[in-house]
Design a protein around this ligand. Structure first.
Ligand code: ZN
Length: 494
């Protein structure tokens, strides 16, 4: 029994000791205030500019108590998470540790943001200007953003063109809404002058009064504007009736002040002086007009009797005048000239209705026959006889034409002749004897006789031999007409 008691007392004593120890341990624990501290995590949140530097904070942890470990016992910290500063985003960094069954953790929020605008880079325009009207060839551009990288393909280009300056505006925005813009201006200019091309010759000349100058025209073009003929300014005038040198200036200007000029020189030439006709007879053609002179004149040839007539004239060494047409063998004109006769203009066609339809038509006809005369004789003639004479009335279908032409031919340098002795061979008679009597009767009493005959009429030509013999026997000198000879002009009737 006592043994039993002793065992129970030992047990009770041990339990009491345990209770005291436990009470002590709990009191110690409470009094020590055990805790874990994580240190080095900044307060709040961080914002980092994209592309900048971000250094994660140095974080440590330790176990502390008030009684024991007051200096702290370092703990191992597990870090989780990372910040990529090159990418815009929200990042969280976490740290964890534990000791004696107690966990501790901390976190840090970091925003990587992009507040930096992108940059637009223009490839420089090397040209000082561009030609108007040409499509602009952009030398290039690029856009880069710190966050988005190459955003060239997002660039918008707006163009403004006022004709003098081309403005290009480049705009772009990055994903964060930061915008950038750039501008390029290019000047329009045109250094290339326009061109004037003259139609017709740049140097024109003609005889005064024989032509009327009319502008042959021109073209003008510009590299930008195209056809600018309507801008050409023409300065200068030509007086077709007055000899001289006339300069016509053509000028044109494009929109950029480039000019082109051209010049045409028109020389209006004094008509040729009358041809000097050399006569082998005793009386000089250019000398004083003799007291008694006969000018035999033959119209409308050459014809079938011209050669025969030339033979008769040659036989008597007598010179006459032929007012020729384009109707016969032109080589006879050469012979007339070669044998000392005067050659004058009558008409190319002898078609009154066409010749007298206008001044232009008349002069065209005159010059057509004068060209033939030149071909045959080597020079133009200034001697002229109007078809029908200056007194004709057949031209009255064109009122006043003879009044105008008689002045115009003189102004053009011609000398025109009518006649004061008619042979009647144009219709009055077809008889050789009557022709002779008409001519000799007409000459009688005149000191200077201008006789009209036609060498296309055989019966008239047949009278010439007798007429010459009669004239020579009566003291007359036969001469060819020159511009200084008596003109025997009629009164104009139209
Ligand atoms: Zn005639």
């Amino acid at each position: 029994m006592n043994e039993m008691k002793r065992v129970l007392i030992i047990i009770a004593g041990t339990l009491a000791w345990f209770a005291v120890l436990a009470l002590f341990a709990v009191s110690f624990h409470i009094a020590s205030d055990w805790r874990i501290k994580i240190e080095g995590v900044p307060d709040g949140e961080a914002a980092v500019e994209c592309g900048g530097d971000f250094t994660p904070p140095a974080v440590t942890a330790a176990f502390y108590g008030n009684i024991l470990f007051r200096g702290g016992v370092p703990l191992t910290v597990a870090a989780d998470g990372a910040v990529d500063a090159s990418k815009v985003g929200e990042y969280v960094l976490r740290w964890r540790t534990s000791a004696f069954g107690t966990d501790a953790e901390a976190e840090y929020r970091v925003s990587v943001v992009d507040t930096t605008p992108p940059v637009i880079t223009l490839v420089p325009e090397e040209r000082e200007y561009i030609l108007p009207g040409t499509a602009y060839d952009d030398p290039g551009f690029a856009a880069a953003d710190i966050a988005d990288g190459d955003i060239t393909d997002r660039v918008r280009v707006d163009t403004e063109d006022d004709g003098k300056t081309l403005t290009l505006r480049y705009t772009v925005a990055d994903s964060s809404g930061n915008g950038a813009e750039a501008e390029r201006t290019v000047r329009y200019d045109d250094p290339i002058p326009p061109e004037i091309a003259l139609l017709g010759d740049a140097e024109i000349s003609f005889y005064a009064g024989r032509e009327v100058f009319s502008e042959p025209g021109f073209t003008a073009s510009d590299n930008v504007l195209g056809d600018i003929a309507d801008r050409v300014k023409v300065e200068g005038e030509v007086d077709s009736g007055t000899p001289g040198t006339y300069v016509i200036k053509y000028s044109v200007e494009d929109d950029y002040g480039n000019r082109a000029e051209a010049v045409r020189t028109v020389t209006v030439v004094e008509p040729p002086k009358p041809r000097t006709v050399t006569v082998q007879k005793d009386y000089p053609v250019d000398g004083p007009i003799p007291d008694r002179v006969i000018y035999l004149t033959f119209d409308d040839g050459p014809g079938a009797y011209t050669a025969e007539l030339l033979d008769v004239l040659k036989k008597h060494n007598v010179r006459a005048t032929f007012f020729v047409t384009g109707n016969g063998d032109p080589s006879l004109i050469a012979r007339e000239e070669a044998e000392g006769h005067s050659v004058g203009i009558h008409t190319m066609t002898h078609d009154y209705y066409s010749i007298y339809s206008s001044e232009e038509a008349f002069f065209a006809d005159v010059w057509a026959i004068n060209e033939i005369i030149k071909e045959q004789t080597g020079s133009y003639t200034t001697l002229l006889r109007f078809p029908g004479g200056s007194s004709n009335t057949v031209s009255r279908f064109n009122p006043g034409i003879m009044t105008r032409l008689t002045a115009a031919v003189v102004e053009a340098g011609f000398t025109y002749f009518d006649w004061n002795v008619t042979s009647g061979d144009a219709g009055g008679t077809t008889d050789t004897r009557e022709v002779f009597l008409n001519v000799t009767g007409g000459i009688s009493g005149k000191s200077a006789a201008v006789v009209l005959q036609h060498d296309i009429k055989g019966f008239s030509v047949a009278a010439v031999d007798d007429i010459i013999e009669w004239g020579l026997a009566n003291g007359y000198v036969f001469l060819p007409l020159t511009p200084c000879s008596p003109t025997a002009r009629h009164r104009v009737n139209n």
